[in-house]
Ligand binder design. Structure first.
Ligand code: AMP
Ligand code: MN
Ligand code: MN
Ligand code: MN
Length: 280
């Protein structure tokens, strides 16, 4: 059987492999189709698609949009989006500006307390990435303030810590609307990663379906086989399509491998065929 991976992050957001390198890796593993789904940006998509053409692997344009649902950060994947769509631009620009303002404030708080951290140095360290807390955590580690990324989040950057700053998000309704307007298929990402009890997962599925979501990510690295089966049954029950991918982040999430996730992920090519049928 042919396998695919429709969820991966590149250096365009918080992954460590360049978009083209992800496709090369997947093609070498024999993956038949892939999607690079960076957080709130499509800036890696063109490179990924060019690599796909070169290597004879199918590359689907993708994005993972962060959105707000009941004050939680819920991720909506968008497949087959037109990356040049005028519907997409203003929203992604807004998200980018929000993030830049927040980065500025966080770095200023660190600097005010005497930490060796400036935005300029972070930009030099990560010239093409969308900067965020993972990069600040690595910076703190490099400078010797902490011994691990976990310590950086626990002590400084995580929710409730001294240098934590919330980030405004677009509503989940807007995220779905924008993906549809850009010609994409909106998909609820990893529905079991938000720590809702089953009845609230169902509520979220019903709500997102009412907004126009067309599929759910049932195959996912961190889902057990039982969870995968449960989600597949819910997708069937609600008449939703199915998607799947590893959420590969390169060496920033060493426990997750492209294609195979934590070892037992296997997303059949038929998943992509069904997703294609959900396009307009
Ligand atoms: P940001 O978008 O700047 O708020 O950063 C969010 C990212 O930080 C997430 O996607 C995670 O990769 C990472 N992150 C958040 N909390 C933690 C944590 N406690 N430990 C390690 N990484 C984290
Ligand atoms: Mn990420
Ligand atoms: Mn996600
Ligand atoms: Mn992701």
């Amino acid at each position: 059987m042919d396998y695919i991976d429709l969820h991966a992050h590149s250096t365009a957001s918080d992954g460590t492999d360049a978009p083209g390198a992800i496709i090369e890796k997947g093609a070498a593993m024999g993956l038949r189709a892939m999607s690079v789904t960076d957080h709130d940006t499509v800036s890696g998509v063109a490179e990924a698609m060019a690599a796909g053409e070169r290597l004879g692997a199918e590359v689907i344009p993708g994005i993972e949009v962060s959105s707000d649902y009941r004050d939680n950060n819920i991720h909506i994947l968008g497949y087959f989006v037109d990356i040049r769509s005028p519907a997409l631009r203003p929203v992604l620009e807004w998200v980018k500006t929000e993030r830049e303002e927040r980065n500025k404030k966080i770095v200023a708080m660190f600097a005010a307390d005497g930490f060796d951290m400036t935005l300029e140095e972070l930009r030099e360290e990560y010239p093409i990435s969308v900067l965020g807390r993972p990069h600040m955590a690595e910076h703190l580690m490099r400078k010797g303030y902490v011994n691990s990324i976990k310590e950086a989040f626990d002590k400084y950057l995580g929710e409730g810590a001294r240098y934590y700053m919330p980030k405004r998000r677009i509503s989940i309704a807007r995220a779905v609307e924008v993906i549809l307007a850009a010609g994409g298929v909106p998909v609820l990402a990893h529905p079991l990663q938000y720590r809702y009890p089953p009845d609230e997962v169902i509520e979220m599925i019903e709500y997102t379906k009412s907004l126009g979501i067309r599929a759910m990510e049932c195959y996912y690295s961190e889902h057990s086989m039982a969870q995968q089966e449960w989600l597949l049954a819910q997708a069937e029950r609600y008449g939703l399509g199915v998607s799947g991918g590893s959420d590969y982040h390169g060496s920033r999430k060493t426990h997750i491998s492209l294609g195979t996730g934590m070892g037992n992920l296997a997303v059949p090519y038929s998943v992509l065929e069904q997703l294609k049928a959900l396009r307009n």
